[in-house]
Design a protein. Structure first.
Length: 668
């Protein structure tokens, strides 16, 4: 085994790799950017080397610097994690040339699978089933349009070099093909530096089912079964589970063998994932086609660890040292069911706009360390309470992985674990994830990539906590605070939520953006009446410690967690959470006026394109610009009718949050 490795990554995956290394007695070296100087992954490693500025290209992608750091620290091998340098063939080669072990496949395998079109050509030869389509070199628009007609609409145009759900266009009608092709090629050129595309049949109601494969240097190869990653937003995964519901043993073996054949065809070594798109036939059987191979450890590898009981990072390190795979195919078994939820800093109700800011509160359900997650969930995160989620990297805060004896138990445990995940300070998708898990489609395993769209009414703009429960949280906090003040020095009262000693106290609150009044009245018998917008409720509260309260509200018992951050109180109950602030009339003085004159960036990011130019007359709601931040693209719409007076940035420029992208004048 290696004595020391360098982990060329950040966040949860760097922590994950460090944990296994520690268990194996391998020393670890972290690398970090300016923004990550105090990050959790730096603390998780034995040593750390600063590699540069915040943008990935100034730090985590500077591979000469990273190889230097490995040499200087005496590391023998480099683990690339996922993203960043993990699928960079040049880097893998540079490691080998520098006498370092790249913990991943040989550079050639990465190169062969790097282009979706070249990979499809190789897979065709290896007998792996492909989505009917065209993946030749010739990209003449007339030829591509003819091929699309032959394949039959709808078709999907895909950038050969694409990734992360980007560089894809669905086309439903022949007359839209030329325009979609142009736009796809422009995006491919801008994002991946290569405009080559392929065209394939758009599979309707598709499922994303992928197979985990593992190969060693001695020619052994196994598959560790499948993961169903059909629940996606914007072609990016939201929930991942294993085994795939409805998968028969025969189909599983077929897909597993196809995946192993794919890996063997490119001389693969280490952990890899072969992604298939699957469609359900009328008789309920699954037909599957090769989509692409990810030549690295996958974000969702923990669900495979949970159902097989094997530590995939340990396997990676052993294989990289030249050891054979620890087991053969017939020694591998599926035990129970596992699900992973990706917890992200984003606002699902604003088209999943990524959020940045301080993670003021980060409380997790009781959990176990990685790999084995039986009764307790597993939490993989690169953040600590109080950390900042910066705009420089992706928006994933954590992965929550649960295991159950069967799918139903796993779902119930996931819901319970999400209910106990208390994050305050920025928008997250935790409540949204709970609604997805509870949705009819997900609960009944009617899985396909359109699930979120189909369940839209149940998933978005959902009501938060019932108002009395939200205000009861504030009341609990205020009453508990009052008790601590009974004989405290009055000059030290700085909490905005004090109740003083009075028998009656009025609060002007802002609950989920709405102004509400709450009064608390102490009755003679010690009971408390809470009046919210005129409605009377009987409450009694008891502090449980650790921000927890037991609250009796109108005769029903609730467990609430209440966190006070600055001027805001966050209330968590079994059914959800609410944010309560103090109502500030001044902040609302301009309500309804509407911001005229500019189009502001909703988050820090890069300008991808403008869809209007100076002088254009535009209608309210028209798309004016596209921005990219944290791996996602965002479309910005005109806030009102008008004339574009001036574009204030160039394509490719970085814009701060709130920065005006263009000047919009009222129409003459
Ligand atoms: P996985 O395929 O492992 O489930 P993702 O597809 O979400 O996970 O992303 C895996 C990695 O692919 C990310 O860590 C990221 O670095 C890379 N990636 C994702 N989106 C993009 C993108 N838009 N541009 C470049 N790389 C990306
Ligand atoms: P990426 O490199 O961005 O991960 P993939 O080729 O893996 O690109 O596709 C990403 C997602 O796009 C898939 O998980 C699936 O949801 C959807 N997709 C890909 N190919 C097709 C297809 N032929 N028909 C329908 N959906 C597809
Ligand atoms: Mg993919």
């Amino acid at each position: 085994m290696f004595a020391k490795i360098l982990i060329a990554n950040r966040g949860e995956i760097a922590c994950r790799v460090a944990a296994t290394a520690r268990q194996l007695g391998v020393k670890t070296v972290a690398v970090y950017s300016d923004a990550d100087a105090r990050a959790r992954h730096v603390q998780a490693c034995d040593e750390a080397v600063h590699v540069g500025g915040n943008a990935a290209r100034d730090s985590y992608l500077r591979w000469e610097r990273i190889i230097e750091a490995a040499h200087a620290s005496g590391a023998q091998a480099i683990h690339p994690g996922y993203g960043f340098l993990s699928e960079n063939a040049e880097f893998a080669q540079a490691c080998a040339d520098a006498g370092l072990v790249f913990i991943g496949p040989p550079a050639r395998s990465i190169r062969d699978m790097g282009s979706k079109s070249a990979a499809k050509a190789l897979m065709e030869k290896a007998g792996v089933p492909l989505v009917p389509g065209y993946h030749g070199q010739d990209n003449d628009p007339a030829l591509l349009a003819r091929e699309a007609g032959r394949i039959g609409y709808p078709v999907l145009i895909k950038a050969s070099a694409g990734g992360g759900g980007r560089g894809m266009r669905r086309v439903d009608r022949a007359e839209d093909f030329a325009q979609a092709l142009g736009s796809c090629q422009r995006e491919a050129k801008a994002s991946f530096g290569n405009e080559h595309v392929l065209v394939e049949r758009y599979v309707t109601k598709p499922r994303h089912i992928e197979i985990q494969v593992f190969c060693d240097t001695q020619g052994h190869a196994v598959y560790l079964f499948e993961r169903d990653c059909s629940v996606q937003r914007r072609h990016q995964k939201v929930l991942e589970e294993a085994p795939a519901p409805g998968m028969s043993a025969v189909r599983r073996a077929e897909m597993g063998e196809a995946a192993v054949a794919a890996a063997r065809a490119v001389g693969y070594v280490g952990a890899g994932t072969v992604e298939f798109i699957a469609e359900e036939l009328d008789d309920g059987d699954l037909r599957f086609y090769f989509m692409e191979m990810n030549t690295r450890l996958q974000v969702e590898h923990p669900v495979t660890e949970a159902i097989t009981g094997h530590d995939l990072v340990e396997w990676q390190l052993r294989v990289a040292c030249g050891e054979p795979l620890p087991v053969t195919q017939d020694q591998l078994q599926i035990r129970g069911h596992a699900i992973e939820a990706r917890i992200c800093a984003e606002n699902p109700d604003a088209n999943f706009l990524p959020a940045t800011g301080r993670l003021d509160v980060a409380r997790w359900p009781a959990h176990v360390a990685f790999v084995r997650s039986d009764e307790l969930p597993r939490v993989d995160t690169g953040f600590l309470e109080g950390d900042n989620i910066s705009p420089y990297y992706d928006s994933m805060i954590a992965k929550l992985i649960v295991w159950g004896a069967d799918r139903q138990q796993a779902l119930a445990r996931l819901d319970a674990a999400l209910a106990q995940t208390h994050l305050v300070g920025l928008h997250t998708n935790v409540a949204f994830l709970r609604r997805v898990v509870a949705s009819r489609s997900f609960a009944t395993a009617e899985l396909d990539t359109a699930l979120i769209e189909r369940e839209r009414p149940a998933l978005f703009d959902a009501p938060g906590l019932p108002l009395p429960l939200a205000t009861a949280g504030v009341a609990a906090h205020a009453l508990a605070y009052e008790e601590t003040l009974q004989d405290a020095d009055p000059w030290s009262r700085r909490d905005g939520w004090r109740l003083y000693g009075g028998a009656r106290r009025r609060f002007d609150l802002e609950v989920e953006g709405q102004h509400r009044t709450m009064t608390l009245e102490r009755l003679h018998d010690g009971a408390t009446v809470m009046v919210v917008d005129g409605a009377r409720h009987g409450v009694s509260t008891r502090a449980l410690g650790h921000d927890g309260y037991e609250v009796m509200l109108d005769g029903a018992r609730h467990r609430l967690s209440v966190y006070c951050v600055g001027e805001t109180v966050a209330v968590f109950a079994a059914g959800g959470s609410a944010k309560v602030g103090q109502f500030d009339p001044i902040a609302h003085a301009g309500d309804g006026a509407g911001a005229e004159g500019s189009l502001a960036a909703p988050m820090p990011g890069k300008v991808v394109s403008y869809l209007a130019k100076a002088g254009d007359t535009v209608k309210r709601g028209q798309v004016l610009a596209v921005m990219e931040a944290m791996k996602m693209e965002h479309t910005l719409h005109a806030p009102h009718d008008g004339v574009v007076a001036e574009l204030l940035y160039a394509v490719g420029d970085q814009v701060a949050e709130g920065g005006a992208l263009l000047r919009l004048e009222a129409a003459p």
